[in-house]
Design a protein. Sequence first.
Length: 295
Amino acid sequence: MTRLIDRVFGHMPGWQLALWCSVLVGCFALADRVTGDELSFAIFYLLPVALAAWYGTAVTTFGVAMLAALGWFAVEYASDRDYSQQWILFWNAGVRMLFFCIVAVLMRRLRLHVETQQQLARTDPLTGLLNRTGFLERSEALVNSAARYRLPLVIGFIDLDGFKKVNDTLGHHQGDELLRVVGAALCRATRDSDIAGRLGGDEFAIVLPNTRLDGAGAYFAKLHRELLRDMRRVGLPETGVSIGAMAFEDGPPRLPDALKMADELMYRAKRSGGMGVLVEAPAPPVPLRSVSGGR
């Protein structure tokens, strides 16, 4: 049920959300008026307020909260209920308005907390990059879109050379500093449309949409130079970087296959002496020869 509500309202434009919440307020107010005083619809007015607070802006939220209070006020005003003092009707409306606003504020704070926790669950705390889960989630949508529309895309796999030696000889605090340096360099090197993440240990990956082979070669060569420069700056001259990048000109295969191809290319760069960059495109498929014959 929660997923269904999120699917319906999660990507709805603001004006549509406001319209649907207003319609819900109107429906509940009408039902409240028709059923009279015997049945209470008080709790149902909270539904559109909660929806507006969770999915809408602050203006939409408090607009719906005011509309819910006015709807409830209109039902009571039309009921011709006798009050000892006329101002009690307006006092009740004000209290309900305050109640709806408090609920709206709490819902918006809860949403912010949930979004923050979701973001933290997908972020590597050491480097500030996406962790493996976050990287795979975001990359899969991008890779699937590029494959569907046959758009160019590059996947790069990055591995640090000599990372274990840094941890063993200089301590884990120096290893953590090295990872932070790499994370900072990747953050500087990526555009808003790019995806960079730490897959675990000293392995990193980058997805570059709308990038072809020649552009990928220049990009990773520059990134390699900057990474080595930053490592020297923090006093790690013996540490290097091996990068393998696979450029898919007409759309990539599935994400696991694309990552595997970039990973294998990175290991080729590492086996060739380390501290190198290899950027290639997949080899075109070899056409099958038709064989004819008979007896």
